[in-house]
Design a protein around this ligand. Structure first.
Ligand code: G6P
Length: 614
């Protein structure tokens, strides 16, 4: 939520900041703003409701010169999305400008104190207290900007990644973080600030990851000065980020989401690279084998995540319980963190997160850590907060995912969970050698099968045109494909704004069946697996009530095909791998329904990709 970017160097800051904001727009797009110090060292702030494009238009004809600046793209929490609440915020004297990602929990008490000291507030945000507080502390204790920020943040409760610049001070940019992501880019005679690496990758691949409660002073001509809030010096090593520019561009596709759907064979290959050995038909997952004793003694595995990652976690339960016979519970992180859960020392917590920054997931990790659980993470973003907070784990290596609706992150999460369950099942002796070999063989062929499904793109687009009228959709699946039904429904509602519900197919008769009429589209996920016949009966129940059936079936299907209005035929595979195939047509279906309806597919209203607030 919210993206921040900063620059200090010898180049013009404005184009760098705007490009950075566009890359970070996936984090929020309610408003955008920029603060620049021009050659007379005046501090200019321009901000406006809407997207970065609107900010660019708003800045036309204005003084956008300067070699130092900060910029922000907002996902509103405190205060509605409007010009006034957009960042950067000025301090009372307009000598300081500040950008912030996070939430200041004690902002009301700080605000009261500052009002008593004569400060007045122009916005409804929690952020504005920070900039006034820093100015107050700076003046009262006669500190420079760096020390003022450091001292002020000791009074602050909550999460923040901030950037601050000062009128008349052309060679200093101060940044700090706690709980929200922030990296410093170290170029040749220039520094950058970014919520993530995509904002700065064009200019440098040398970065410093700030830790919680650290403040950095970026000053031209010297190396970054970093100290903790308790004033201890910190020396971070500079890390190299591996990110190619083409990974974060659309590459000819109209939307990132469509590009990312079509990238799945490649992202799954990257995910399995070095882990799945096609010659020996075996999987090596060092995270599991290095910690095998921990897994061997585990009484229970707890999986926690949010959104799409939670759906991957649900599939993980089916996989681990079937193949490893270890009890697994799956819970959304926002519930787990606040409900006094029983977590024992022998438990293993598996947090799953694409971004590695989701606030609720991070909090659930801290809670489980306090109770002594071993934390094994599944993350996409290397070096992210969740990746760093875990004891061990496996990266999904899906590459950057930019479309707000998650696609390739989901399939790589499921692939990691599959590889984990197979590795663990083999080590624990809970699956036969024959089953292991057969499933690994099937997994090794999965990307070819996905390529085949992707060829159905145009056929699925045609089906989509029929259903743009719908105001409600139902998605049904059983077993491994029940979480896929949830994921299909989530994809559709996120980007098309059509209400959709995912349900276990047999549970339909306990309520949702009442919704079925001849206008209601129902997506049934019915590959020919163990409980296929049961799903066939559920389809009959829908047919009897004249629902419009879109079925995902295996090539050569007969029974469901007879009843369905539309069929999407996909290759067959081992039952436990079916989610990797069945989800693909659902992603494509929701993409086309949304794009035909003219929705903003990559940046749907009210959503953000990285949810760093609870
Ligand atoms: C947001 C995103 C979803 C994502 C969820 C969890 O809601 O829009 O796509 O699944 O957050 O994010 P994470 O990065 O932890 O997987």
């Amino acid at each position: 939520m919210c993206g921040i970017v900063g620059y200090i160097g010898h180049k013009e800051a404005f184009p760098i900041l705007i490009k950075g904001l566009k890359r970070l727009e996936y984090r929020g797009y309610d408003s955008a703003g920029v603060a620049l110090l021009n050659k007379d060292l005046d501090l200019n702030v321009y901000k406006t409701k809407g997207k970065v494009k609107q900010l660019e238009a708003y800045c036309k004809g204005k003084d956008i010169s300067g070699n130092i600046g900060i910029a922000h793209t907002r996902w509103a929490t405190h205060g509605e999305p409007n010009d006034r609440n957009a960042h950067p915020h000025y301090s009372q004297s307009e000598n300081l400008a500040l950008i912030h990602n996070g939430i200041i929990e004690n902002y009301l008490s700080i605000k009261k104190l500052l009002i008593n000291e004569g400060y007045s507030f122009k916005s409804d945000t929690d952020t504005e207290v920070l900039v006034h507080l820093i100015e107050y502390v700076k003046n009262r204790y006669k500190l420079d900007l760096f020390d003022a920020v450091k001292r002020s943040l000791n009074f602050v409760v909550g999460a923040y990644a901030i950037g601050v610049i000062e009128k008349g001070n052309s060679d200093t940019l101060v940044a700090a973080r706690k709980g929200s992501p922030l990296i410093l880019g170290v170029g040749e005679g220039e520094f950058f600030l970014g919520s993530d690496a995509t904002a700065i990758i064009e200019y440098t691949s040398n970065v410093i990851y700030l830790n919680d409660e650290e403040v950095a002073e970026l000053r031209l001509g010297s190396s970054p000065k970093i100290r903790t809030l308790k004033d201890q010096e910190v020396n971070h090593e500079i890390k190299k980020i591996e990110l190619a520019l083409e990974d974060i561009e659309k590459g000819g596709y109209p939307h990132f989401m469509l590009k990312e759907i079509h990238e799945q064979p490649k992202s799954l290959e990257m995910c399995m690279n070095g882990r799945l050995n096609r010659e020996l038909m075996e999987i090596k997952l060092s995270g599991i084998t290095d910690n095998i004793e921990r897994f061997r003694s585990a009484k229970r595995i707890l999986i926690t995540a949010c959104g799409t990652s939670w759906h991957a976690g649900l599939i993980g339960k089916y996989l681990i319980e079937e193949l490893c016979r270890i009890p697994v519970e799956v819970e959304v992180a926002s519930e787990l963190r606040y409900r006094y859960p029983v977590i024992e020392k022998d438990d293993i917590l598996i947090p799953i997160s694409q971004s590695g920054e989701t606030a609720d997931t991070l909090a659930a990790i801290e809670l489980a850590k306090e109770q002594g659980a071993f934390i094994y993470g599944i993350c996409n973003v290397v070096g992210s907060s969740i990746a760093r907070a875990t004891d061990s784990g496996t990266y999904t290596h899906a590459g950057p995912e930019i479309g707000v609706a998650s696609t390739k992150a989901f399939t790589t999460q499921v692939a990691v969970l599959t590889m984990m369950a197979l590795t663990l099942g083999k080590e624990l002796g809970t699956i036969s050698q024959e089953r292991y070999k057969k499933t690994v063989q099937e997994l090794s062929e999965i990307t070819h099968k996905i390529e085949k499904i992707l060829l159905l793109d145009k056929e699925i687009e045609k089906i989509s045109t029929v259903f743009t009228y719908a105001r409600n959709f139902m998605y049904l699946g059983r077993g491994y494909n029940y979480p896929v039904a949830l994921e299909g429904a989530l994809k559709l509602k996120e980007i098309s704004y059509i209400h959709a519900e995912g349900y276990p197919a047999a549970e339909m008769k306990h309520g949702p069946i009442a919704l079925i009429d001849d206008e209601m589209p129902i997506v049934v996920i019915s590959p020919k697996v163990r409980i296929y016949d049961k799903v066939v009966s559920n389809v009959q129940e829908i047919k009897a009530r004249k629902g419009k059936i879109i079925a995902i079936v295996n090539e050569g299907d007969v029974d469901v095909k007879k009843m369905a209005d539309f069929c999407i035929e996909i290759p067959s595979t081992d039952e436990c791998l079916t989610p990797l195939l069945t989800v693909i047509p659902l992603q494509i279906l929701s993409y086309y329904i949304a794009s035909i309806k003219g929705r903003d597919v990559d940046q749907p209203r009210n959503l953000a990709k990285s949810v760093t607030v609870e």
